[in-house]
Design a protein around this ligand. Structure first.
Ligand code: GMT
Length: 381
């Protein structure tokens, strides 16, 4: 099938999921066309199965805000016509589902009928989408998608609670390509990060408020009071400066390593002993799943879809949002004993394997086939 994927090209989870899905679909023989404003960060070499089409938004002095949706929908129309695209899969409702719907309508005028799948990822519903300024447009574009999927049961429920949804929402969880990890690194270069006797605690995110970065630092502060440890912080975002200041205030700057954005996530997780994800809300927690497949147990909050990924007392521990005390106690339970740590590491991989791409990809293919087969029965009003 010829599929156009619309996503954010950045380090955020929805872009990563869209990119990994596109790569996996191409490996299965589909032709995949990414349509976005920059080549997605996780997308490697383009080939005859993977294409990238850049959306350009020309500047004009009249505009305070550049009309990205307009440029995206035009690009989609051109791409569909030029490459004979059969299906549109948009990741993150805002503004992709809206632009996708407009593209569909324009194409229908020319008697080209193309189904649109919208995958909801999290903040497009829970933080941004529910804002009254966006809500009517988000509700409209979800209800006018041919198929709607969400990355967790929790996100499905939140969508139904927050919006007036008239469509069925199918849950297709995020996934991991487990074959990539069967020969995981043997040389993790751990010595570059920490002394032999130190545990390595890691957090990876885009450093937005929702990630509760101060909680990450305060939990680590308590851990390092009890055992020798280093904290590795990976990512960039608005909370980073405050994080650096907090480390200084707590007198732990020499134990905290800020790595910035990285394409070497697996290498970093390879030498990590524990992953912290104390988020305010998290539709799924892809970062936790990536940690787990790399043998890293997770201390997280119990919010949103995280309990569908991190298993209490098995792959790690979950606490109420903001319960720094309990998170630190649980972290120490795992880190203080080599045997316990090893058990949690093994369990983390086992839990992660449930999200093997081989189980999840067919769910998307099934949805695509159904949507494609029924495209001509639709009335494009
Ligand atoms: O929160 C992020 O890190 C980015 C955000 C995104 O949309 O790019 O992530 C959301 O989608 C991910 C992939 O489906 C989920 O794993 C994250 O849990 C979700 N983030 C939130 O709900 C806060």
């Amino acid at each position: 099938m010829k599929i156009a994927i619309v996503c954010y090209p950045t380090f955020g989870g929805s872009g990563v999921v869209a990119t990994e899905l596109g790569i996996a679909l191409a490996n299965r023989g589909h032709e995949v066309h990414f349509v976005t404003y920059r080549q997605p960060v996780r997308l490697g070499q383009l080939n005859n199965k993977i294409y990238f089409h850049e959306v350009n938004v020309p500047e004009y002095p009249l505009f305070k805000y550049q009309p990205y949706e307009l440029a995206l929908s035009s690009k989609l129309v051109d791409t569909v016509k030029l490459h004979g695209i059969e299906l549109l899969h948009v990741h993150y409702a805002i503004p992709h589902a809206y632009a996708g719907y407009m593209a569909k309508q324009m194409l229908a005028e020319e008697n080209i009928h193309i189904p649109m799948i919208t995958t909801l990822h999290g903040t497009d519903i829970t933080l941004v989408g529910k804002h009254p300024f966006y809500k009517p447009a988000v509700t409209f574009s979800i209800n006018n998608s041919d198929v709607v999927t969400s990355v967790s049961e929790s996100l499905k429920q939140q969508t139904l609670d927050l919006f007036d949804i008239k469509k069925e929402i199918e849950v297709i969880p995020n996934f991991i390509d487990t074959t990539k990890y069967s020969n995981s690194f043997t040389d993790c270069q751990r010595s570059l990060m920490a002394e032999e006797n130190e545990r390595i605690v890691t957090h990876i995110s885009n450093f937005r408020k929702v990630k509760r970065i101060p909680d990450v630092i305060r939990v680590f502060h308590k851990i390092q009071e009890q055992i020798p440890a280093k904290l590795v912080l990976v990512g960039e975002g608005p909370e980073k400066e405050g994080a650096e200041k907090l480390c200084e205030q707590l007198g732990i700057s020499d134990r905290v390593i800020f790595l910035g954005n990285s394409n070497e996530i697996d290498r970093i997780l390879c030498f990590s002993d524990l992953f912290l994800l104390p988020s305010e809300t998290e539709s799924f927690g892809l970062a936790a799943l990536e940690a787990m497949i790399n043998r890293v147990p997770v201390i997280s909050s119990n919010t949103g879809g995280i309990p569908e990924v991190n298993e209490q007392g098995i792959s790690g521990f979950l606490s109420e949002v903001g319960d720094i005390e309990e998170m630190a106690v649980n972290a120490l339970k795992i880190l203080s004993d080599d045997v316990i740590l090893e058990k949690f590491k093994e369990n983390a991989v086992k839990s992660a394997r449930k999200f093997d791409i081989l189980n999840v990809l067919p769910l998307y293919e099934e949805v695509y086939e159904k949507a494609y087969a029924s495209r001509l029965n639709k009335t494009y009003s």
